[in-house]
Unconditional design. Sequence first.
Length: 294
Amino acid sequence: MERIGFVGLGTMGSFMAATLLRAGAELTVWNRTPGRAADLVAAGAKAGASPAEVARQSQIVVVCVSDTPDVEAVLFGSDGIAAGAAPGTLVIDCSTIAPEATRDFGRRLAGHGIAMVDAPVSGGSEGARLGTLSMFVGGSESDVTRATPVLAAMGKTITHLGPLGNGQAGKAVNQVMIAGAYLGVAEGLILGMKVGLDPVRLVEALSGGGAQSWTLTNRSGRMIDDEYPIGFRLALHRKDLGIALEMAGESGMMLPLAMLVAALEDRLVAGGHGDEDMSVIAHVIRELAESHAD
């Protein structure tokens, strides 16, 4: 495997970088918040002083940050990747941003002789920790081929969807679909509890039929307990839905379910729940059920 850099060590990035280390990568890491790299350095990674320094030490640089401005900053800031990368470096962006922003960044990197692949991920912190993420990949055939050993160390399902930016478009579709899945599980469970069903036994029954899903298996317990430890932050999913809704508008269509979930998530963010797992959508369903009963 080529020398790898990793920029962005949040909930997802820290686990993804750790899987690269376990795969034997020679890894240099950086994170905006000091201290996040300590465990990785103890496990054998090198710490870079800046994204530019990471790029100088690497042939491939993986980026995993929160939003479009963050990607732009680590790529093109004064100490960004473009300032330190040698021509021929490959950037793999695993952040979730708008497809057109990705294409713009790719054009700008190409001016420095740097290639780019977009590979946003799905699977939550569990998938990042276990190296079983799904990856939506965009880029040229040759760049994706080069990126594949790195992606395969972090993910299980790696699908090339076409040119640069198409990975982001695929991730937007994913976020629309999981919006419906989370809302459906939340509504069903709260309804069952409201009419007196044992929620644990209800989940057992549902798991054997057509309602079975990843969300039911992995998030129903949080919804039953009304406790939402982080897996994937609600505020980030709301940001992703914004990307999907913008794509839909540009395509001349409406996404009524995504619009509904976005409104519910706005209410939760305003109520201070933005940093909880997105299964906290069940909390607002509880609130609505209680207000209706009153």
